[in-house]
Design a protein around this ligand. Structure first.
Ligand code: PLP
Length: 372
């Protein structure tokens, strides 16, 4: 476990001691350190923060001050950034399926680059954002990803080439390729496969008279939860080696990390609100669950649960507070016999927690606190 995660965990126990739960403590210094780590390993690349992972204004302001760019997907995210004074050249729209209202505002406010992956999107962009620079979203392997993003987005190589050619004919400016290896990708080699596949599209597109110069490697950079993960340096080496093997030196490379930038910088604090025995199983109910912060627990992310006090442990079914039986965080967590009112801390909860949280059933979403 990286030392900074445990240090932040200890800080959360102190800083949130008298705060109501659920609460999320975000460490600004850790976000800054992560951003600098990305900068060190991806010196030439533009770093677009994937706002969806944690859109809190304090995080956007912090990253903007550090020189970071932003990747957005929706009208709401764009309005938020523009209202905060983020200049449009710092923003890209990574979502290949956009609401027309987003396309219109993006165009009107001078955003110059977006992803696409269908004829319908070409028509929409040609009508509402003529001349905009576009990159095709290519389907790539998601091997080793604990939160895969296959199927819903992207096209295979043949279709990618055709779409780029069609985009040019429709008056758009095709400039490159976007891909995403899946979130929480724990196999560095997956980026190498994706880069090689992108190169084949790049060459075939050139043969059809369309010259590309931009490659967006998306997110996928993992955060530490329970299992060891490759370091950013290890992933960056694989990426740089693959780029050097195929792509021209002057290719405009960009990345769009969300989880990798802010995931480890947050600790959630929850309180035990009830306990029960059902069919011989011990149930522990927290005031945070699937609907108000831990949605990813049902989709493949295995969080660490740290009790506020140690003692002999047993297996618990760990549940959220709502009256929905889908609201089960984990069917098997080892924890001591905590009392109602005692706390459980959840490290590496900075990404895709409050961003997903709803007020379903009247339960509050975690209040966000910052460590300077
Ligand atoms: C287009 C795009 N870019 C970047 C990201 C951020 O990915 P991650 O949080 O894995 O870094 C996502 C996540 O869904 C995405 O859809």
């Amino acid at each position: 476990m990286p030392v900074e995660i445990d240090r932040l965990l200890e800080a959360a126990k102190t800083c949130l001691a008298t705060e109501k739960t659920p609460a999320l403590l975000m460490d600004k210094r850790l976000i800054k350190a992560k951003y600098e780590e990305f900068r060190t390993h991806f010196g030439q690349a533009r770093v677009y923060y994937a706002v969806k992972s944690n859109p809190h204004p304090t995080i956007v302001t912090l990253l903007n001050g550090l020189g970071c760019d932003f990747e957005i997907s929706s009208l709401g995210e764009l309005q938020r950034l523009l209202s905060m004074g983020i200049p449009s050249p710092q923003i890209t729209v990574g979502n290949p399926v956009k609401d027309p209202s987003l396309v219109k505002l993006a165009h009107d406010s001078g955003i110059g680059l977006t992803a696409f992956d269908s004829h319908s999107e070409i028509e929409k962009l040609a009508a509402l954002a003529p001349g905009i620079r576009v990159g095709v979203r290519l389907t790539v392997p998601n091997d080793g990803s604990e939160w895969p993003l296959t199927k819903k987005f992207g096209v295979e190589a043949d279709q990618a080439v055709e779409l780029l050619v069609q985009a040019k004919k429709s008056g758009l400016r095709p400039v490159g390729i976007f891909f995403h290896v899946g979130s929480q990708c724990t196999l560095a080699g997956t980026w190498a496969k994706a880069i090689e596949k992108s190169w084949s599209v790049w060459q075939r597109t050139r043969k059809r008279g369309v010259e590309l110069h931009m490659l967006n490697l998306g997110g996928g950079f993992p955060a530490t939860y329970l299992k060891p993960i490759p370091t950013l340096g290890e992933i960056a080496k694989v990426i740089h080696d693959s780029l050097a093997a195929f792509f021209p030196k002057d290719t405009e490379v960009s990345i769009a990390p969300g989880r990798g930038l802010v995931g480890e910088a947050g600790v959630l604090a929850a309180t035990v609100m009830a306990k029960a025995v059902r069919d011989g199983e011990q149930w522990l109910y927290l005031d945070v669950g699937v609907f108000n912060g831990l949605m990813e627990a049902v989709g493949g992310i295995k969080y660490r649960f740290v009790p506020s006090r140690n003692g002999p442990t047993r297996k618990w079914v760990l549940s959220g507070p709502t009256c929905d039986s889908f609201d089960v965080i984990s069917n098997e967590v080892e924890l001591p016999d905590l009392d109602v009112g005692e706390r459980v801390y959840i490290p590496s909860a900075g990404a895709y927690t409050t961003a997903y949280a709803s007020h379903f059933d009247g339960f509050p979403i975690p209040a966000v606190h910052f460590l300077e």
